[in-house]
Design a protein around this ligand. Sequence first.
Ligand code: 5GP
Ligand code: ZN
Length: 114
Amino acid sequence: MDDCIFCKIAQKEIKSDIIYEDENIIAFDDISPQAPVHVVIITKKHVKSVDFLREEDKAMAAEIVLSFGKIARIKKIEKEGYRIVSNHLESAGQSVFHLHFHLLGGRKMNWPPG
Ligand code: 5GP
Ligand code: ZN
């Protein structure tokens, strides 16, 4: 999609530090990390947010969920723990309107989140 920064990252028109990639997903270090480990996992397909996933996206959605553990192992934080976050719309904190999940770790996480 034109003017979508994450589509441009997926198409490698904008450089990112890629941690993991497969047919449907690309994961890269967040430009403004909120924890020692902060990876953004996006779909290559433009979907606006998690709320816009549909039945036809089932296989891709399963792949995303399975990628979390793979990325945690690449970052070596699977034993200490990590958090997955996906923000839907501005009130939840979404600032890029292309489906993505945050994988955060390397420090103690607070609950409830702000
Ligand atoms: P959101 O606020 O939508 O939940 O998450 C968007 C995330 O993307 C933010 O954590 C932000 O720092 C990150 N981000 C925005 N633009 C870029 C970019 O060009 N490169 C990288 N690596 N991360 C980005
Ligand atoms: Zn996009």
